[in-house]
Design a protein. Structure first.
Length: 367
């Protein structure tokens, strides 16, 4: 009645306690204990599971009786650990005391200082796939063509390249803001502006830009796109207000060039680069449009009339030159008469017999 028998199987181990004190690890086999006062306690554990989950783990570790059977790690508040079992990633360890059996498993523990908060690791994709990893890590994905503006506790620290980035939870407030570095088109539509000659028109403009200094773009304005929109409005009003309508319509390229130059000077302080700008539409009021159509119609009619007069003048001048030439050259005049008779004879059955000059003149007079 006072003897207690404990049988430990091959794949098991026994944690031997007497009167609450840890006395050691029991190896496989049969073990006999004299226990008249029932103070012997043996907890059967499974070393094949590697992780030791026991309510008295601190007592087991501090006893020093576990020996080489166990791998122990005690993590401080700012530390985390990566556990690899048999060469495969298992899980992330939080702060605290942890122990693993090494009897049947090859256990590797990688201790990480989490105070930098950001967690770069060559095996990060593999680690993120493990179950329960999201309890220890926050993950942000930066799309292609972007950079991630990394803020920690409200302070901008650096820009992150495209890809997935992990941060330890519970150590700081982390925010990653994706910033598009690609060329972007801003549509500035429906701008009602008055020209220097008091004509109100509506402009639709396009501005192509990209962000070149992320830190400056984030610190100077809360929304750089909206800031560029306002700057474009101001520059357009200044340029159009200094031009008359006719000048504006005739030379839009000059307006576009001045718009680009003005925007480049203003947006350099915003961390942006203006690649180009353009005027998509110039819309006039209905009455002004009708008036311009009438002016254009009158101009075209005047141009057509001028061209007609020029043609008539050229024809008369040509006839006068021909008459003078015939007058000064009788032989040429006679050849011209012969050409005329030839044309007449070709259209009728008329037979022409030429003799002396007087006969020719009589035929011509008869015709």
């Amino acid at each position: 009645m006072f003897i207690k028998r404990i049988t430990i199987l091959e794949h098991e181990r026994g944690l031997y306690f007497r009167a609450g004190a840890f006395k050691g690890v029991l190896e496989p086999g049969r073990h006999w204990f004299f226990d008249p006062f029932r103070k012997v306690q043996v907890d059967i554990v499974q070393p094949r599971t590697a992780w030791i989950a026991h309510e008295k783990l601190d007592i087991l570790v501090k006893s020093g009786l576990l020996g080489e059977r166990v791998r122990v790690v005690d993590l401080k508040d700012y530390e985390r650990a990566l556990v690899w079992i048999d060469g495969r990633f298992s899980h992330v360890l939080p702060p605290g005391l942890h122990a693993f059996w090494t009897i049947y498993r090859d256990v590797k523990i990688e201790v990480i200082d989490a105070r930098p908060v950001r967690f770069p690791h060559p095996d990060l994709p593999l680690i993120l796939k493990a179950p329960l990893t999201d309890r220890a890590l926050d993950v942000f994905t930066v799309p292609a063509g972007h950079v991630g503006a990394y803020f920690r506790d409200g302070d901008f620290l650096e820009t992150l390249p495209p890809g997935r980035h992990a941060f330890w939870k519970g150590l700081a407030e982390v925010r990653v803001l994706p910033i598009d570095l690609r060329e972007t088109i801003l549509d500035v539509a429906g701008q009602d502006i008055m020209t220097a000659d008091k004509v109100t028109l509506r402009l639709n403009a396009l501005v192509t830009y990209r962000i070149v200094d992320v830190r400056l773009a984030l610190n100077v304005a809360d929304d750089v796109r909206q800031a560029l929109y306002r700057e474009t409005q101001l520059v357009l009003r200044a340029l159009v207000g200094a031009r008359e309508l006719d000048v504006l319509l005739v030379d839009k390229d000059a307006l576009v060039k001045d718009l680009e130059d003005g925007l480049r000077r203003r947006t350099a302080a915003l961390g942006m680069e203006v690649i180009g700008a353009g005027i998509r539409d110039i819309i006039l009021p209905g009455d002004m449009k009708d008036l311009l159509n009438k002016v254009t119609e009158a101009k075209k009619a005047a141009e057509a009339n001028l061209i007609s007069r020029r043609e008539e003048t050229a024809a008369i001048r040509s006839q006068a030159n021909t008459a003078k030439l015939l007058q000064d050259n009788p032989t040429l005049m006679r050849l011209r008469e012969l050409e005329t008779l030839e044309k007449i004879a070709a259209k009728t059955n008329l037979n022409v017999i030429l003799g002396d000059k007087k006969l020719t003149e009589m035929i011509v007079n008869l015709m």
